[in-house]
Design a binder for this molecule. Structure first.
Ligand SMILES: NC(=O)c1ccc[n+]([C@@H]2O[C@H](COP(=O)([O-])OP(=O)(O)OC[C@H]3O[C@@H](n4cnc5c(N)ncnc54)[C@H](O)[C@@H]3O)[C@@H](O)[C@H]2O)c1
Length: 243
């Protein structure tokens, strides 16, 4: 029996990177997963995972898409125990170069998407007797890192929403925690040159980027019953970086 046996989890942004690593780890640990992404090639991940996974194309900023994801999850697997709000966009620019439209787009995906996801699973989690929501923020939501104004604002919002939701939803047995990845080797950093990523990696006390699976392990813990008294926690998975 895996530590996630019997649990049904929705993971957003699972076409690659951390979301895919979480989907694979969750299934390996006994969960059934619904994996979503705005990109359709996440379907391949679900196909490899077999009957314990299915894919839905979803824009997390669209409330109607959330209603469909919840309805399909309940139809296929009968319950919802966990939600990992992982999907996000990252278009790093300083304040002076950031347009209102870019600000709105970061808020729509990274902030509104997390809000809509949390809201959509409350009733099914209540029906399941409780649940675990994990919101993926960033070190940019813990510290002030210049040059990524809209992204940082949206990730600070994820931090604030998580704390409030943790306090509000605890009475339903729903735990809400947030994870703050540092430098993770995923497609999100593909826009940086190898030299830039190498320079960033040298600034991390552990001296390297993380593999996506290293974040997935922490997320799986938060979803598991081993974390039954962890609520409103802010867990950095950043190799000790203090930018
Ligand atoms: N890679 C890093 O160094 C790093 C650092 C800090 C935080 N994070 C956070 O970790 C999480 C996972 O990112 P990742 O590193 O795996 O990068 P990634 O780019 O591989 O994953 C993000 C996924 O979100 C999907 N997505 C984008 N817009 C969407 C939308 N509107 N609806 C649904 N899906 C959408 C993308 O298609 C992509 O598959 C994100 O929340 C990101 O902000 C990443």
């Amino acid at each position: 029996m895996g530590r996630l046996s019997g649990k049904v989890a929705i993971i957003t942004g699972a076409a690659g990177g951390q979301g895919e690593a979480e989907a694979r780890l969750f299934v390996a640990q006994g969960a059934k997963v619904v994996i979503t992404d705005i990109q359709s090639h996440v379907e391949q991940v679900a196909a490899e995972l077999g009957d314990d996974a299915f894919f839905l194309q979803q824009d997390v900023g669209d409330s109607q898409a959330w209603a469909k994801v919840v309805a399909e999850t309940l139809r296929r697997f009968g319950r919802i125990d966990a939600l990992v709000n992982n999907a996000a966009i990252f278009d790093p620019k300083p304040l002076i170069d950031t347009s209102a439209a870019e600000m709105e787009q970061h808020f729509r995906v990274n902030q509104l998407g997390v809000f809509l996801g949390m809201k959509a699973v409350i009733e099914p989690m209540k029906a399941a007797g409780g649940g675990s929501i994990v919101n993926i923020s960033s070190v940019s939501g813990l510290r002030n890192i210049p040059g990524q104004f809209a992204y940082a604002a949206s990730k600070w919002a994820v931090r604030g929403m998580t704390g409030n939701a943790a306090a509000e939803l605890a009475r339903f047995g729903i735990r809400v925690n947030s994870v703050y990845p540092g430098l993770i080797d995923t497609p999100m950093l593909a826009g940086n040159s190898p030299e830039t990523n190498a320079r960033f990696a040298r600034s991390v006390p552990l001296g390297r980027m993380a593999e996506p699976g290293e974040v997935a392990e922490v997320v799986a813990f938060l979803v598991s019953d081993a974390a039954s008294y962890v609520n409103g926690a802010e867990i950095a998975v950043d190799g000790g970086v203090r930018l």
